[in-house]
Design a protein around this ligand. Structure first.
Ligand code: ATP
Ligand code: MG
Length: 699
C-alpha cells in the first residue's frame, strides 16, 4: 500500500504556469495521464473538458474547472534526469490546459475512523501561484465536488456525465426559494425537467416525511398553457388536481368577480374618461350588493370624496416624484380630465335651484382650467406640463364646498372595486348601461359607453369562455382557493395543474395574470394571518414564460393591457414572492424576450441547449458564477443534459437529468412525420368538426 505522500504525488498532473483571476494555465507533466487515468484508483477520463482539477493551498484545495486543453510546441523540452547537452533542441510538444477556479474544497479527517470528509464551498479563498502543483481529484473528491456532502441536498435530479456514479442532488429550499429559470430551445427537455423536478421533490418528501399517517405538505401549482402536464402525473392518482375548462368533474373556473378593477379594465379595454369610472362604479355597486341605483347626491358625494383623496395624495407627495415622471403625470392629467367630465355631468342632472349646483360648476370650471394649462396640444399630440403642489391645494376647498352643500352622507364603509366579493357577473353590462342612462347627457358619451357594454356582453357570450368566467354554479372563494392552493392536510393532493389549453388564446394572458396575482396575494395574506408570521411554501410554475412575461416596451407604458398586467403580476412575484414563501419556476425558450426584471430575480438556472446568439449572450451576462467554459457548451448540449448554476449549487455543474419513463413525460413528443406519411400510424382527418368547433356552431 502506498503512503499518503506517495498517493498525493501519483495524483500530480502538472504545475501552474500563469494565473489571472478567471484563468489559470497549467503545464501538464510529460507522464500525466492521457485519455484514461488510472492513478486515482478507478479508470477516469483525463484530461477532459469540463472536468475538475485541484490546486492545493493552505485552506484545502482550489477546485478548478478545465475550459481548454491543447498542445503547444515549446523550444525547450522539460527533461528530467539525464544530461544530454550534445542533443539539438527541437520544438517539443507539451500539453497544456486552461482552468478557471470555481470553488474551494476543504477536508476534515475523522479521528476514530480515519475517513476524510470533503466539503465544497462557494468562492475561491486563495488563488494559486506560479509553480503550484495541480492534482487530479480522487473519485471521492469528485463526488464531493459534484454531489456535495451537504445534508440539505435532498432531491436527486440527475447524474454527472463527468463522473457517472455521482448523483446530483439539490436542496429544495434553495432551488425553489429564490426562483428558478429553466431555459432552452424547443425540444431540449425543459418540460420533462420541470415535470421531473416536481415528481422527484414529491418522492423525496414522501421518503422523508415524519408522520406516515398524513400526506406530505407540498404545494406545486403548474400553469400549463399547452395542456401538457396532466399526462405526466396521471400515475399519481389522488395526488394531483387537474383543472380543465369544460371538464365535467374538475372544471377550471375563474369567475369574473375575482378580477380586480385593473383586470376588468384590461379585459374590456375600458378607456379612461367616461368608461372606466362607470365600470368601477358598477363593480363597487354589484360587489356591495347594490343593483339598484343610489340617490344622486350620494353619487356626487362619493365621487367628490374619491377625487379629494386622490388630490390629497398628490399634495402629500410634496417631492413631486409621482407627477413629474411621464406616466404618473399622464395619469394625473387624466384624473382631472375625468373630474371635469364627471362634474359637468352632475351639473346637468341636479335641480336648477339646488344650492350645490354653483359649487359643482365652480369645481368643474377650476378643473377645466387645470387641464387647459397642463395638457398642451403640440403638433397634433398632447404634451403634459407638471403641476405644483399649490395648484392641487386650490382644489381642496372646492371639494369641501360641494360636499357641504349637499345632504350629509355617512362615511359608509366603501366596498372596494378590487375585493373578490361574489356578484352575478351577468348583471354587469346591464348595470353599466343603467348607470350610463342616468348619467350620460349627450349622445356621444352614450355611444361611447355602449361600445364598452358591447365588449362586456360579447365576452360573456363566448361559448368557450362563459362557463369559465360566469359559471352557473360558482364556487365560494374559499373553496376555489383550496382547489388551487391545496387544503390544510394536503389531502386533496400536492400538485395543482391548471390546463389552459382550451381557453381562447386572446384571454390566456388575463387568466394567467389573475391566477398569478391571486396566488401571490393568498401567500401574502396567509403569512399575515399566521400567528408567528410564518409563510406557506408554495411553488408556482409557469410554462412558456416568454409569452406571458414578455419584456415591456416604452410605448405601452400608459395602456392597461392584459399582457402588461400579466408581466406586472409575475414581476411582483419575482421581486417579493420569496418573503411570502412563494417560489417561481419559469420555463422558457427565449430568455432574450423575457422580462429582465423577472430573469434578474431568478437565482438558479437550469440551462438546456440554447442555440440563439442573443439568448446565449443574455444568459452569460445574467449568471453569477464564473462559468465561461460551461456556457460555451450550451449550443451543443444533447436533450436531457443541462447546466445547473446559481444559488442552488456551490459550483456550476453539468447534469444529465434523470430519465422519465414515457408515461411520466409531458405530452410534447416530437411529431412523427414518417410514421404518418407511411401509414404506419393512422391520423384520421375531420376538418368540418374543427371548423364547427372553431366558429362556435353547435355540434
Ligand atoms: N428527462 C427526460 N427523460 C426522458 N425523456 C426526455 C427527458 N428530457 C427530454 N426528453 C425527451 O425530449 C423530448 C422533448 O422534451 P420536452 O418536451 O421537455 O422539451 P421542451 O424543452 O419542453 O420543448 P418545448 O420548448 O417545445 O416545450 C421529450 O418528448 C422526451 O422524449
Ligand atoms: Mg415544453
Amino acid at each position: 500500500m502506498s503512503s499518503f505522500i506517495e498517493r498525493i504525488s501519483e495524483l500530480v498532473v502538472g504545475s501552474v504556469e500563469s494565473v489571472s483571476p478567471d484563468a489559470v494555465s497549467v503545464l501538464l507533466e510529460l507522464d500525466a495521464p492521457q485519455a484514461t487515468a488510472l492513478n486515482t484508483g478507478t479508470p477516469t477520463a483525463f484530461p477532459r473538458l469540463n472536468g475538475y482539477v485541484l490546486i492545493p493551498n493552505e485552506t484545502g484545495a482550489t477546485v478548478a474547472h478545465i475550459i481548454w486543453i491543447g498542445i503547444e510546441r515549446s523550444p525547450y523540452p522539460k527533461r528530467s534526469g539525464f544530461k544530454d547537452f550534445g542533443l539539438i533542441d527541437l520544438p517539443f510538444p507539451l500539453r497544456k490546459m486552461t482552468v478557471t477556479p470555481v470553488g474551494t474544497l476543504t477536508a476534515r479527517r475523522e479521528r476514530e475512523t480515519g475517513v476524510t470528509h470533503y466539503n465544497l464551498v462557494r468562492g475561491v479563498v486563495a488563488f494559486p501561484s506560479v509553480g503550484d502543483q495541480v492534482l487530479m481529484p480522487t473519485p471521492e473528491q469528485v463526488e464531493a465536488i459534484i454531489a456535495g456532502k451537504d445534508t440539505d441536498r435532498r432531491v436527486p435530479i440527475g447524474i454527472s456525465p463527468l463522473a457517472s456514479t455521482a448523483k446530483i442532488m439539490v436542496d429544495p429550499d434553495k432551488l425553489f426559494g429564490r426562483h428558478l429559470a429553466v431555459l432552452g430551445n424547443t425540444g431540449s427537455g425543459k418540460s420533462c425537467t420541470v415535470a421531473g423536478l416536481v415528481r422527484w421533490s414529491i418522492e423525496a418528501a414522501d421518503r422523508a416525511k415524519r408522520d406516515s399517517a398524513t400526506a406530505i405538505n407540498t404545494r406545486f401549482i403548474i400553469l400549463d398553457p399547452n395542456g401538457e402536464y396532466s399526462r405526466a402525473f396521471a400515475d399519481l392518482t389522488g395526488r394531483v388536481r387537474v383543472f380543465r375548462a369544460g371538464d365535467e368533474e374538475n372544471p377550471f373556473l375563474l369567475p369574473a368577480w375575482m378580477w380586480n378593477s385593473h383586470e376588468w379594465t384590461a379585459v374590456t379595454h375600458a378607456q379612461p374618461g367616461a368608461q372606466r369610472p362607470l365600470l368601477m362604479q358598477s363593480l363597487r355597486d354589484l360587489r356591495a350588493g347594490r343593483s339598484t341605483r343610489e340617490p344622486l347626491h350620494v353619487g356626487i358625494v362619493r365621487q367628490v370624496r374619491l377625487f379629494k383623496s386622490r388630490t390629497l395624495a398628490y399634495i402629500a407627495d410634496g417631492t413631486g416624484t409621482s407627477y413629474t415622471d411621464f406616466v404618473p403625470l399622464l395619469n394625473c392629467c387624466h384624473l382631472f380630465q375625468n373630474l371635469v367630465e364627471v362634474m359637468r355631468d352632475f351639473e346637468g342632472r341636479v335641480e336648477e335651484a339646488d344650492p350645490a349646483r354653483e359649487h359643482i360648476q365652480a369645481l368643474a370650471a377650476r378643473a377645466e382650467e387645470f387641464v387647459a394649462r397642463h395638457v398642451v396640444q403640440r403638433g397634433g399630440r398632447p404634451t403634459y406640463n407638471a403641476p405644483n403642489v399649490a395648484e392641487f391645494q386650490t382644489f381642496i376647498p372646492l371639494f369641501d364646498a360641494v360636499e357641504q352643500a349637499l345632504p350629509a352622507v355617512p362615511m359608509a364603509e366603501e366596498i372596494s372595486e378590487d375585493a373578490p366579493t361574489p356578484f352575478d357577473v351577468r348583471l354587469i353590462a346591464d348595470h353599466v348601461d343603467a348607470l350610463s342612462a342616468d348619467t350620460a347627457t349627450n349622445a356621444n358619451v352614450a355611444n361611447f359607453i355602449a361600445t364598452l357594454t358591447l365588449r362586456i356582453r360579447s365576452l360573456l357570450a363566448d361559448r368557450r369562455l362563459s362557463p369559465v368566467i360566469a359559471p352557473e354554479h360558482p364556487p365560494t372563494f374559499a373553496n376555489w382557493l383550496e382547489g388551487l392552493l391545496g387544503n390544510a392536510a394536503g389531502s386533496n393532493g400536492q400538485v395543482a395543474i391548471i390546463d389552459l389549453s382550451l381557453i381562447p388564446a386572446d384571454v390566456t394572458h388575463i387568466v394567467i395574470a389573475v391566477l398569478g396575482r391571486i396566488v401571490f396575494e393568498a401567500s401574502q395574506r396567509y403569512q399575515k394571518q399566521h400567528a408567528e408570521g410564518k409563510a406557506l411554501p408554495t411553488v408556482l410554475i409557469l410554462e412558456e414564460a416568454h409569452t406571458f412575461v414578455h419584456k415591456g416596451t416604452e410605448d405601452e407604458a400608459d395602456i392597461v393591457s392584459p399582457s402588461r398586467l400579466c408581466r406586472q403580476a409575475f414581476e411582483r412575484i419575482a421581486r417579493e414572492g420569496r418573503k411570502f414563501g412563494l417560489g417561481l419556476v419559469l420555463s422558457s425558450q427565449r430568455p432574450y424576450e423575457l422580462s429582465p426584471t423577472v430573469l434578474a430575480q431568478c437565482n438558479t438556472f437550469l440551462l438546456h441547449r440554447l442555440v440563439n446568439d442573443a439568448d446565449q449572450n443574455l444568459v452569460a451576462r445574467l449568471v453569477p458564477d464564473n462559468v465561461a467554459g460551461l456556457l460555451k457548451e450550451l449550443p451543443s448540449l444533447p436533450t436531457r443534459l443541462a447546466v445547473l448554476l446559481g444559488w442552488a449549487t456551490p459550483i456550476p455543474v453539468l447534469v444529465e437529468v434523470n430519465e422519465l419513463f414515457d408515461y411520466q413525460r409531458p405530452r410534447s413528443a416530437d411529431p412523427d412525420f414518417w410514421e404518418v406519411w407511411t401509414l404506419a400510424n393512422p391520423r384520421p382527418v375531420d376538418w368540418p368538426r374543427v371548423a364547427r368547433e372553431w366558429t362556435g356552431d353547435e355540434e
